[in-house]
Design a protein around this ligand. Structure first.
Ligand SMILES: Cc1cc2nc3c(=O)[nH]c(=O)nc-3n(C[C@H](O)[C@H](O)[C@H](O)COP(=O)(O)O)c2cc1C
Length: 184
């Protein structure tokens, strides 16, 4: 019963002679300043082991045109094959961490793990610093704010698994006290 929220593609290096990994993991904001983010990985998924080993990953924010490849990533295990090949997504390279990126994503958050907790019955939650953020030209303004209408973002309903685009702008933080300068 949670309305659409970002469903983000995580990329992490593989092991020698094994493909790099793309996985959809639930993500959540921990802090705005410094930028810190959390991801939750199931024991059953390859991404968990790879995050443990490498400690660095990239969160690639998908857009509507990527819904097809997004679902292929979700429905195919990397035990079957290279998810970049299976999905047709293009592998890039992060600028500040040692991890692959997805070039079709307009936003890359380059992350480094600083803590983890076990989450019974079957998950590990990782806490990570956002070391670098790379945004496609046109997706944010000169003040570093996202131009949401310019980019066809989408989210997924938690509990029913449906994809929806983001709706219309309703307002901003601080509007009740006449402020436009607040940024979390
Ligand atoms: C919106 C969404 C959220 C997901 N969240 C998680 C998650 O938090 N942890 C997880 O391990 N898998 C999650 N999955 C499923 C994995 O992405 C998917 O099963 C994985 O790519 C399988 O790859 P593997 O078998 O190679 O590990 C999620 C899928 C979707 C669509």
């Amino acid at each position: 019963m949670i309305p659409p929220m970002p469903a983000i593609l995580l990329t992490v290096n593989g092991l020698p002679n094994e493909p790099d990994e793309i996985s959809v993991l639930w993500t959540f904001v921990l802090n705005g300043n410094p930028a810190q983010i959390g991801v939750s990985a199931e024991y059953a998924h390859r991404a968990l082991k790879l995050i443990e080993i490498h400690s660095e990953f990239v969160l690639n924010v998908p857009v509507a045109s990527m819904v097809g490849p997004f679902d292929k990533v979700d429905m195919n295990s990397s035990k079957v094959g290279d998810k970049f090949a299976l999905s047709g997504l293009t592998r890039g390279k992060a600028t500040r961490v040692n991890a692959p990126t997805i070039e079709e994503s307009p936003i890359h958050l380059e992350c480094r793990v600083f803590n983890r907790i076990e989450l019974p019955p079957g998950r590990v939650v990782f806490f990570a610093d956002v070391i670098a953020t790379n945004v496609l030209a046109g997706a944010c303004d000169i003040h570093g704010r996202l131009i949401v209408p310019a980019v066809p973002f989408f989210g997924m309903t938690a509990g029913s698994g449906e994809f929806y685009t983001v709706g219309q702008r309703l307002g901003q933080i601080g509007q009740s006290v006449g402020r436009t300068d607040i940024r979390y």
